[in-house]
Design a protein around this ligand. Structure first.
Ligand SMILES: [Zn+2]
Length: 424
C-alpha cells in the first residue's frame, strides 16, 4: 500500500519542481512583506481544487500590517471521512531580501544540475512545495484516510512571526483539539529531525554622558567611552563565561552548542547620514543592541541578570557611569521530547525511506515553533524539511530536487502513520 504512495510522489517530481518555481517567482520579500496576498491565494486556490477548505486570515494590527502590505496567511484544511487526529504542515511564505552576489535573478528560478536556484528555494518554499505534494499524493493514494490534514502558509517568520503563526496561535488555530501534530518544513536536511531551538533575548543598552564642545571634552562626558568600558567587561568577563557554558541540547552546528552573544549594532555621537563635516560634540549617548542566544539550562532571568549585574558593577566602579537597558524581544528555548508522537512518526518514516537512523538536532536560531509552544501550548511539534540551513539567506540559494522528493516521501509516510496510529 505504501509503495503506491511512493510511486505517486515519484510521478509528481515535475509537479514538485514546477510548484517550487511558481512559489519562488512570487517575491514575498520581508521586510516590507511584499506579495503576501498573491502567494497566499496561489497556495489556497491550488489546495481548494484538491478538496481543502480554505481560510485566509490577515494578521491585522500586527507589526508591518497595512493595506499596502497586508499580513495575509492561508490555512487549508481537509477533514477525512472518519474522525481522527489532525496533522498540520506549517510553512512560512516570506523570504529575506535577495542581497548582493547572485549569479542569476533571485526571483526567476533556475533548474540546473538537479537543483532549483532562487531566493526562498531552501528557506523554505522547497519545503512548502514538498509538503503540498506529499499531502496531495497521500489523499490520492488513501482517499478515505481518517483524521484531518492541514497545510498553512504563514507570513513574517523572518521578522518574528507576529503577523503569522503568533497571530493564528492566539486564535486557537495551533492548539488542541483543532491540531494534534505540527511539522514545520524548515530546511534542516532530509535525515534530521529538529526538536526545537535555543532561546533569544535582544536588548538595547544605552550609556549616557553629557554633551560639550569637542575641543574641550573634559567639560562633557563621553557616552562612547562608557560603552567601551561595557565592551571591555564583555570581552574580559562575559564572553569567556559564555563560551564555557555547554548544553545537553543537540544543537547543530556544534559551535552553537554553547551560549552566544552577538553585538548587533552600536551607535554613538553624530548621526551617520549627514553631508559635510561633523560638528564638534562630545557624544552624550551610545546605544548598543545585543543578541543573546541561550540554552535550555539557563533561565531567562539569569541571562538578563548576568548583563545587568555587569552594568551595575560598572556603575559602582567607574566614575559617572550611567546606563539604561531596554528589552526588545525574547523567546524561550523549546525542545520537544524525543518520544513525542510526531518525533516517533517522522523518525520511523526516515528509517523506512532513507534506510538510516535520523539525526536529532536543535536549531541555533528560533523559528515559529516558539509561538506554537508558548501561545498554542502545543508541544508535539518539530521542524523537518529538505535543504541545507547554511544556504538560507545566502546568494545563489538552492534546494536539491532529490532531497525534496525524499522529504516529501517522509512527510507523506509520517502523516499516514500519525493519522492511522492505533488503527488497523
Ligand atoms: Zn525559514
Amino acid at each position: 500500500m505504501l509503495d503506491a504512495l511512493h510511486s505517486r510522489i515519484a510521478d509528481k517530481r515535475d509537479d514538485l519542481v514546477a510548484l517550487t518555481c511558481d512559489l519562488v517567482a512570487i517575491p514575498t520579500i520581508n521586510p516590507p512583506g511584499d506579495a503576501y496576498v498573491p502567494c497566499a491565494k496561489f497556495l489556497g486556490e491550488r489546495l481548494r481544487r484538491r478538496g481543502f477548505e480554505i481560510a485566509y486570515i490577515r494578521g491585522t494590527d500586527t507589526p508591518g500590517d497595512s493595506d499596502r502590505y497586508p499580513r495575509m496567511n492561508v490555512i487549508a484544511r481537509r477533514q477525512g471521512s472518519r474522525p481522527g487526529p489532525c496533522v498540520h504542515f506549517n510553512s512560512h511564505i516570506d523570504v529575506v531580501a535577495a542581497g548582493h552576489g547572485w549569479t542569476s535573478d533571485p526571483f526567476t528560478p533556475v533548474v540546473r544540475d538537479g537543483r532549483i536556484y532562487g531566493r526562498g528555494t531552501c528557506d523554505m518554499k522547497g519545503g512548502l512545495a514538498a509538503s503540498v505534494i506529499a499531502m496531495e499524493a497521500l489523499i490520492e493514494a488513501f482517499p478515505d484516510l481518517p483524521g484531518t490534514l492541514e497545510i498553512s502558509g504563514t507570513v513574517d517568520e523572518e521578522s518574528g512571526g507576529f503577523g503569522g503563526v503568533a497571530h493564528l496561535a492566539a486564535q486557537g488555530l495551533f492548539s488542541r483539539p483543532r491540531v494534534d501534530h505540527v511539522i514545520i518544513p524548515e530546511p534542516l536536511n532530509k535525515d534530521r529531525i529538529c526538536l526545537g531551538h535555543r532561546g533569544v533575548w535582544w536588548a538595547e543598552i544605552e550609556t549616557q554622558g553629557r554633551i560639550a564642545h569637542g575641543s574641550m571634552p573634559f567639560l562633557g562626558d563621553c557616552g562612547v567611552r562608557h560603552m567601551a568600558a561595557v565592551l571591555n567587561a564583555f570581552e574580559t568577563e562575559l564572553f569567556p563565561a559564555l563560551s564555557e557554558r555547554r548544553t545537553e541540547m543537540p544543537i547543530a552546528p556544534e559551535g552553537a552548542r554553547r551560549s552566544t552573544l552577538n553585538i548587533n549594532s552600536i551607535h554613538g555621537g553624530m548621526e551617520e547620514d549627514f553631508d559635510g563635516l561633523p560638528s564638534a560634540c562630545v557624544p552624550d549617548s551610545c546605544r548598543m543592541v545585543i543578541d543573546r542566544r541561550f540554552l535550555i539550562e539557563e533561565p531567562i532571568e539569569t541571562v538578563k541578570a548576568e548583563v545587568t549585574g555587569l552594568l551595575d558593577r560598572l556603575a559602582t566602579s567607574r566614575p559617572d557611569f550611567r546606563y539604561r537597558i531596554r528589552d526588545l524581544f525574547e523567546a524561550l528555548p523549546t525542545m520537544t521530547e524525543r518520544d513525542a508522537p510526531v518525533v516517533l512518526g517522522v523518525a520511523e518514516a526516515i528509517r523506512s525511506v532513507l534506510g538510516k537512523e535520523p539525526d536529532y538536532v536543535i536549531s541555533p536560531g528560533t523559528y515559529d515553533q516558539k509561538h506554537i509552544a508558548r501561545i498554542g501550548h502545543l508541544h508535539d511539534c518539530i521542524a523537518y524539511g529538505p535543504g541545507i540551513l547554511d544556504l538560507a539567506h545566502q546568494p545563489d540559494e538552492f534546494v536539491g530536487i532529490d532531497d525534496m522528493v525524499d522529504s516529501a516521501r517522509v512527510m507523506a509516510m509520517a502523516a499516514h502513520g500519525l493519522l492511522t496510529a492505533g488503527r488497523a
